[in-house]
Ligand binder design. Structure first.
Ligand SMILES: Cc1cc2nc3c(=O)[nH]c(=O)nc-3n(C[C@H](O)[C@H](O)[C@H](O)COP(=O)(O)O)c2cc1C
Length: 278
């Protein structure tokens, strides 16, 4: 089995899960090709590699949940997948203990449409990446060693499953686990729609050295220096620019976010246990 692990992970949790998947596949002798979508140069290369493999490639594809959805770089990657591959897919999401939204279902729908039936799927709680300034973010300490163990176990199961013919796939409907009214309100949300609700960034010109680290670390190349950082329309609001600025020259008031996110988490009341669909 040839495996590919593709992910986008502004704050590192999805990458962590991807690495556990990769390590387990390595131990099983499958030696996956890994691709971090924040490093966009490799995208063309991986597609060429996938096209070259006609025999059942397995694509693990990981995204954080933002405003109930998978993030644009991941959905765009799926959109551009070769549709003559006859491979299987395994979407996985990390979510910040508020709600996993409809990200898995949307990824699964598009993967199915592109001709990559679901060998499985998973949702994994992780530290909420909008809460890095707070002492106790939602999802604190996750994914932990027990989660890693479950991820490794899940990879072993899916590898065994792909050996058996015919391969039993997961029905898409299983990923549609939100109640219908909740689904409908989540479908109406988007990163664009929450942009005004999230803390607005300001560049502190006295502190900014125009070093360009923010632009380099932006996963979607949305920052230009003019000569100070300007945030473009493709910004996905990961706040890496603010979190990772060496001069702390990007500021935003996150103080109302803690109570609001805690409240939302209570409202959704979603089970934070790692869930595997297999
Ligand atoms: C703009 C934004 C929106 C988010 N929306 C949600 C959400 O709807 N539900 C949730 O549980 N977590 C949400 N999160 C938290 C992330 O899904 C979670 O922390 C994820 O593990 C981050 O992955 P990463 O570390 O790979 O970037 C959001 C984070 C950001 C930055």
């Amino acid at each position: 089995m040839k495996a590919f692990i593709v992910y986008c992970s502004p704050a590192g949790s999805t990458q962590h899960v991807a690495q556990v998947i990769g390590k387990t596949l390595d131990i099983l002798g499958h030696h996956p090709v890994m691709l971090d979508l924040c490093n966009t140069q490799d995208v063309a290369a991986i597609k060429t590699q996938m096209r070259g493999i006609k025999k059942d490639p397995l694509l693990f594809i990981g995204s954080p949940v933002y405003a109930c959805h998978a993030i644009p770089p991941v959905m765009e990657f799926i959109e551009q997948l070769p549709d003559d591959c006859e491979g299987y897919s395994f979407p996985f999401v990390t979510w910040g203990a508020v709600t996993s939204g409809i990200a898995l279902y949307e990824m699964g729908t598009l993967l199915n449409q592109k001709g990559y039936p679901l060998a499985g799927a998973a949702k994994i709680v992780a530290a909420h990446s909008l809460m890095w300034q707070f002492a106790h973010p939602l999802g604190e300490g996750r994914p932990d060693a027990a989660d890693d163990h479950k991820v490794a176990d899940m990879v072993k199961k899916v590898a065994a499953k792909l050996k058996a013919q015919p391969v039993s796939t997961v029905p898409l409907a299983e990923l549609n686990y939100q109640p219908e009214d909740v689904y409908n309100s989540m479908a109406g949300l988007s990163i664009k729609a929450v942009r005004q609700m999230l803390p607005q960034r300001q560049v502190i010109r006295e502190a900014c050295t125009k070093c360009g680290v923010c632009a380099e670390l932006c996963p979607v190349e949305a920052i230009t220096l003019d000569p100070y950082p300007c945030f473009g329309k493709t910004c996905i609001l990961c706040y890496n620019c603010m979190r990772l600025c060496p001069e702390k020259a990007i500021a935003a008031d996150f103080s109302p976010m803690e109570a609001w996110l805690q409240e939302k988490a209570k409202e959704f009341n979603e089970n934070p246990e790692l869930k595997v669909f297999i």
